[in-house]
Ligand binder design. Sequence first.
Ligand SMILES: C[S@@+](CC[C@H](N)C(=O)[O-])C[C@H]1O[C@@H](n2cnc3c(N)ncnc32)[C@H](O)[C@@H]1O
Length: 407
Amino acid sequence: MGDAGGSAPAACGRSPGSICAKKKPGPAALSPGMARLYGEGMETFEIFLACVPGLEPVLAEEAAALGLSGPVVTPGGVTVQGGWDAVRRANLCLRGASRVLVRFDTFRAMHLSQLDKRARKVDWASVLRADVPVRVEVSCKRSKIYHQGAAKQRIETAIAEELGAEISAEAEIRVMARIEDNAVTLSLDTSGAPLHRRGHKLAIGKAPLRETLAALFLRQMGYDGAEPVVDPMCGSGTIPIEAAEWAAGLVPGRSRSFAFEQMAGAEPAALEALRGAVPRELPFAFYGYDRDQGAVRSAAQNAERAGVDHLVRFACQPVSELAPPEGPAGIVLVNPPYGARIGKSKLLYALYGSLGQVLKARFRGWRVGVVTSDQGLARATGLPFKAPGPVVPHGPLKIRLYRTGVL
Ligand SMILES: C[S@@+](CC[C@H](N)C(=O)[O-])C[C@H]1O[C@@H](n2cnc3c(N)ncnc32)[C@H](O)[C@@H]1O
């Protein structure tokens, strides 16, 4: 039985661990059979927490704060060690991860007949259920086995014949085989739909931020759930809703299902305590403004679905009318329009200029973060930004966070 019981904040907030930065291990570092048995029948895996490239160290901090064991930054994510309990908590509680993969076996295979033989020896029943269909994806790099289709067929046959599970292209459960330098690594996607799909943001406006990205930017701003957040151009409300859920101790995955719930050994019943948490009372609120009435309406509906409508105040208001709310100072985090997606360049410079003026004049004591694709636009605010954060892909664009200290 895992330790997911108790209230959400207690179950999700472990003592911080340390973080290492490491390159991907080469094939020599791979041990035969990655899933090990130790302790009292507890199975432990290498767990890969995928995230948007550029913000891996921020996710590593979150993983450490959640108590996930030994976070190591790798390209495209963070590796931790743990059993099904860690998989469950990572999926339900991490705000910044886009998916959670379990690396459950690794072996060498120089040719297809070796792959066929070894794949039949994999303990499929320890992770998959015979009554749940499976799909297989294969990638090959720098290996003697180069025909992905043939490799996929060998692994599918092993699963179908040794476990008895149906193979279907439409299956929710995904087994991923990476064949690199003649080493085969088998992973399971334990998330299913990507984790930014919390199940609350059904109404979206122009160029919405993914929830996972909003959470990582909030963490980059030093947000820990203990101060108010204002978004003066909130669109569908992603930033203030994410901040409010976080502060209220609501786990991000509480309203959705996960692929691991249909895997062997995952004990889905252990999720219920995390899902049922009641929002914590807060002495401050969250604010989202937009000049577009439709956006404000969508944001309010999204907040209601997320169960934080009592914590987030939305209003239709242009940036020129922005004023700090009553109460303690906190964070302004905003994702204004940028040229390539919406709006025109000259108007955008004027908009960023007036945003900067309003913030400098009225938000003394607050910290400001501006997420944009264009350094010129960030500069047009006239705000005293620190060195910009890493470049992060966002659809066809690259964006980054520009942040100030306390104004
Ligand atoms: C890139 S979108 C924000 C997306 C948002 N972060 C989300 O996740 O949905 C920019 C928003 O700025 C709003 N906006 C543009 N000019 C504005 C102004 N002068 N005052 C207030 N809002 C404005 C737009 O209506 C749009 O919703």
